[in-house]
Design a protein around this ligand. Structure first.
Ligand SMILES: Nc1ncnc2c1ncn2[C@@H]1O[C@H](COP(=O)(O)OP(=O)(O)OP(=O)(O)O)[C@@H](O)[C@H]1O
Ligand SMILES: [Mg+2]
Length: 260
């Protein structure tokens, strides 16, 4: 069964058609790379999928349910989680606490509950620490060695790793990663790609949609690639086929980018 089914998705901002009749499907466990020149609609597509923007037309079906009219938190509960292009963390909380904030049981814990049911609360907290620690271990010792460090003190690359951990803590069916290697050098980007391969191995049912400019990263990680240009999907398929597509080469050469 298709986990995500997107049909003719379109959004206009005044005269700009930021996403223009985009259709694609995603299976459970599949990784899709979304590439395209700056301003081609990649982040807007994520904002549509996560419910931040309402489409002008077209439909999104997630886990068999139309997301039309649903709030972002309702879409999150259907199993869609994401990271942001410019990064969002709880800067004053430590690494472990940041991941715990992604856990459903922590999000649902009320202050009243914590006062009324001290023991239950303690048990829940213990379980949450265990779960968060396990997620952290996907990245080996990179995060576990800094579990008590506040997010604002983390090196840049580890902040991006932490964001990914928090996004998968909610046990999502699909995660959207918007330029996870932004600000990283070539070596850090390669390490992150290998980290994400570890995430895929640890969570084989998890589907991933990733926006990236680094073609080595895309090639090494994804099953399929979609190319956006001026909001339109101009190519979709296996990396090598897409990279050889003339429209794609033209779109990239058009902005002086030699990545493709
Ligand atoms: N809220 C908005 N209001 C008006 N225009 C918008 C809005 N959000 C996006 N756009 C426009 O939609 C187009 C696509 O923008 P988007 O941010 O999705 O591009 P992108 O592919 O993510 O680019 P980048 O690679 O630079 O991150 C741009 O022309 C942008 O100016
Ligand atoms: Mg963007």
């Amino acid at each position: 069964m298709k986990l995500l089914d997107v049909q003719d998705l379109t959004i206009c901002f005044g005269g700009v058609i930021a996403v223009n009749e985009v259709s694609f499907a995603l299976q459970a466990g599949e990784t899709l790379g979304v590439i395209g020149p700056n301003g081609s609609g990649k982040t807007t597509l994520f904002n549509l999928l996560s419910g931040i923007y309402k489409p002008t037309s077209g439909t999104i079906t997630l886990a068999g349910k139309l997301t039309q009219g649903l709030r972002t938190d309702e879409i999150f509960h259907l199993g869609l989680s994401r990271t942001f292009q410019n990064g969002r963390l709880f800067w004053n909380l430590n690494v472990l606490e940041n991941i715990m904030m992604g856990l459903e049981e922590v999000r649902n814990t009320s202050i009243v509950g914590s006062i009324m049911g001290m023991q239950k609360e303690k048990d829940l907290q213990k379980q949450a620490v265990q779960k968060a620690s396990k997620i952290m271990e996907i990245f080996g010792t990179l995060l576990t060695s800094q579990a008590n460090k506040v997010a604002s003190d983390l090196p840049y690359a580890d902040r991006r790793r932490l964001e990914i951990c928090r996004a998968i803590a909610s046990n999502p069916k699909v995660i959207l990663l918007d330029e996870p290697s932004a600000g990283m050098d070539g070596i850090e980007t390669e390490i992150l790609m290998n980290d994400l391969l570890k995430v895929k191995k640890a969570l084989p049912e998890l589907s991933i949609i990733v926006v990236e400019h680094d073609m080595g990263f895309i090639k090494g990680l994804v099953d399929k690639v979609m190319v956006l240009d001026y909001g339109k999907c101009i190519a979709y398929g296996l990396f090598d086929d897409v990279a050889a597509n003339e429209d794609v080469i033209k779109a990239y050469l058009g902005q002086g980018d030699e990545a493709c």
